[in-house]
Write a protein that binds this ligand. Structure first.
Ligand SMILES: [Zn+2]
Length: 468
């Protein structure tokens, strides 16, 4: 009986993470992500799944990002009946994120039908909210460090990956016929060292095989303190009587921004009478979940927060309903406004930009990656006007960027983590990176550590016994 891994996503690309581990005739899927971004990969979401679902026993999820979970409702639609494992925080985040993803699928299909631009009539969603709700019923939660036996020959444990709250890397132990064990570690997405609200990634131990992400395999982050720049932007805008509008991803980035605003308030570095508005239903829920699971956050900041949730800053106002969101438009005093989507492609941020971009007193502050051709990228590139809801909106506001935020380890941080392994794996498979990044990561690992690396292709299957 062989042990194999089949790479069904995130192979030479950064989305669609799905790795099928087969041992002694039983298969476990690690992550079940949706392909996003590049059209060539997005179309794969619509192709028949290349493996018979009846042969997959269970699914182990590393974290709640859609490129690691977003295909689960499609599995439900196909009739998958196994168990799905995640940490408790990942389950709670998935409750909101999978339903949100399904909502987007439904809206996209509706829009395609209205505009009649789909080749299919009627255009159908990849999955529906009912599919998302159905698959969420199949989750089982496993805490960090708790051992879970999937069957008598396959067990695994989660360790904190420090990437987003609840994120994990998963270490499997497989029992062979000869009684020996094979250890395999799936990194999921790896976070950074010395982050404020998240823990450092836990050490990696010694394993026989490693499946490692390489998103930033060719890049280094700067480590400058974000707070002085943030304080200056906020103070300058306050003096002009304007508002600081921050487009931010609802899960992760919004909570980081709130934390830093709270720190600036504590140090008295920004005006304490300046109200902070959080206007994104998903961000509000994600912030609540992060606080419910604050035990997963960095212990030092928990202790310093004296029992309060360290994410919530002072003078924070929450706009849950559409009416509350609209009421923000009427405020005349300077405020800080955080809204989604992070790249200004959809959501309530569009209304705030429409109103805020023409005014010179305001600042639009970008705190996350802006992909090519998105509205966020175009505003950042200095375009003089932009179309929102069919209207041309002139851009007169100040445009600022803090580009030091990232949830992913850069290549030095990945190398730092790999140095915590007690022995070199027999093979390190590099996934979850664009081709340039993944090639660079492979070279770095071979150069600095002398480990063997391999870059799998989509749908490639590797028999691990050959390396033992
Ligand atoms: Zn991720």
């Amino acid at each position: 009986m062989t042990t194999k891994i089949k790479f069904l996503g995130a192979a030479k690309t950064v989305t669609g993470s799905k790795h099928l581990l087969t041992h002694r005739g039983k298969s476990v899927l690690v992550d079940c992500g949706m392909f996003q971004g590049v059209k060539k990969w997005r179309l794969v979401n619509w192709e028949p799944f290349p493996v018979d679902l009846n042969t997959i026993e269970d699914i182990v999820i590393t974290h709640a990002h859609i490129d690691h979970t977003g295909y689960l409702p499609r599995f439900y639609r196909y009739g998958f009946t196994g168990n799905i494992y995640s940490t408790p925080t990942t389950k709670d985040l998935s409750d909101i994120m999978l339903v949100d993803s399904a909502h987007i699928q439904e809206e996209d299909a509706k829009f395609a039908n209205k505009k009649k631009f789909s080749k299919h009539t009627p255009a159908l969603p990849l999955y529906t909210i009912d599919d998302a709700l159905g698959v969420l019923e199949m989750f089982n939660t496993i805490n960090y460090g708790e051992e879970k036996e999937i069957n008598k020959n396959i067990k695994f444990k989660y360790f904190d990956a420090g990437h987003i709250i609840g994120s994990a890397f998963a270490k499997f132990e497989l029992k062979r016929e000869n009684g020996e064990n094979i250890k395999i570690l799936f990194s999921g997405d790896l976070g950074r060292y010395g982050e404020h609200i998240l823990n450092d990634p836990e050490p990696g131990d010694g394993v026989d095989f490693l499946i490692c992400e390489s998103t930033y395999g060719n890049r280094l982050h700067t480590h400058e303190d974000v707070e002085p720049k943030m304080a200056k932007i906020i103070n300058d805008t306050y003096k002009r009587g304007g508002r600081v509008i921050i487009p931010a991803f609802a899960v992760g980035r919004t909570q980081e921004i709130l934390y830093h605003i709270g720190q600036l308030q504590k140090k008295n570095l920004i005006p304490l009478d300046m109200k902070i508005y959080m206007d994104s239903p998903l961000a509000i829920k994600a912030t609540r979940i992060s606080c419910d699971h604050k035990g997963n956050l960095n212990l030092e900041i928990i202790e310093n927060s004296h029992g309060k949730c360290p994410i919530y800053c002072s003078n924070l106002h929450i706009a849950s309903t559409v009416d509350e969101s609209k009421a923000i438009n009427k405020i005349t005093e300077p405020i800080i406004l955080i809204s989604a989507s992070g790249m200004c492609e959809a959501g309530r941020i569009l209304h705030h930009l429409k109103l805020g971009l023409p005014k010179r007193a305001n600042t639009i502050l970008f705190v996350g990656y802006q992909a090519n051709a998105t509205r966020g990228r175009r505003i950042l590139n200095g375009e003089k006007s932009i179309k929102i809801h069919g209207e041309h909106v002139p851009i007169n506001a100040h445009i600022e960027e803090i580009d030091t935020f990232s949830a992913h380890a850069d290549y030095n941080e990945i190398l730092k983590w790999l140095k915590t392994f007690s022995k070199p794996p027999k093979m390190t498979f590099l996934v979850h990176g664009d081709p340039d990044a993944i090639d660079a990561m492979s070279q770095k690992i071979e150069e600095h550590l002398g480990w063997n690396t391999y870059i799998p292709e989509y749908e490639e299957e590797i028999v691990l016994d050959e390396f033992l």
